[in-house]
Design a protein around this ligand. Structure first.
Ligand SMILES: O=C(O)[C@]1(O)C[C@H](CCCOc2ccccc2)[C@@H](O)[C@H](O)C1
Length: 149
């Protein structure tokens, strides 16, 4: 089963700043974690990151066309991008929104995600383990067929 793990702006810099908020795991470490978890669970996992909103929209459209599942950390776009939200609403497979930090315990502007209303579920505040947990959830709910829906 195909799962795209998609990351929004600045997450490519993970591990270089604010370890007290985001931990010391680098983006390369995160890719390795998701790929190894996918192998362990028998999921075909592809991990990507972009600072360009149109690129994320294209990846979401492709996932919708494929009927793939998505694990998405929209980063700052979580809080205001109706374009990202609308692309997520096109998905036919499950969407798990992940935030490394507990956005509800931070600045007010981070408390609301415009994506959450169209997500299957949201994991936040558990560090990069949230990505691993999201993949375990998807593995537990995978259908018999070739697509998620
Ligand atoms: O907690 C999360 O995963 C966030 O989605 C991360 C975003 C920030 C992504 C950039 O993260 C960096 C981490 C370390 C160094 C540079 C960027 C932030 O804007 C959201 O409110 C919450």
């Amino acid at each position: 089963m195909k799962v795209y793990v998609l990351n929004g702006p600045n997450l490519g810099r993970l591990g270089t700043r604010q370890p007290e908020v985001y931990g010391s795991t680098t983006y390369a470490d995160l890719v390795a974690l998701c790929e190894s978890t996918g192998r362990e669970l028998g999921l075909d996992v592809t991990v990507r990151q972009t600072d360009a909103e149109h690129e994320l929209l294209g990846w979401l459209h492709a996932a919708a066309d494929e009927g793939a599942a998505v694990v998405l950390n929209p980063a700052a776009w979580s809080h205001y991008s109706y374009a990202v939200r609308d692309a997520c609403a096109l998905l036919r497979g499950p969407l798990v929104e992940v935030h490394i930090s507990n956005i509800h315990a931070r600045e007010e502007f981070r408390h609301h995600s415009v994506v959450s209303a169209v997500a299957t579920g949201v994991i936040c505040g558990l560090g990069v383990d949230g990505y691993r947990l999201a993949l375990h959830h998807l593995a537990a709910r995978r259908p018999e067929g070739a697509t998620w829906r």
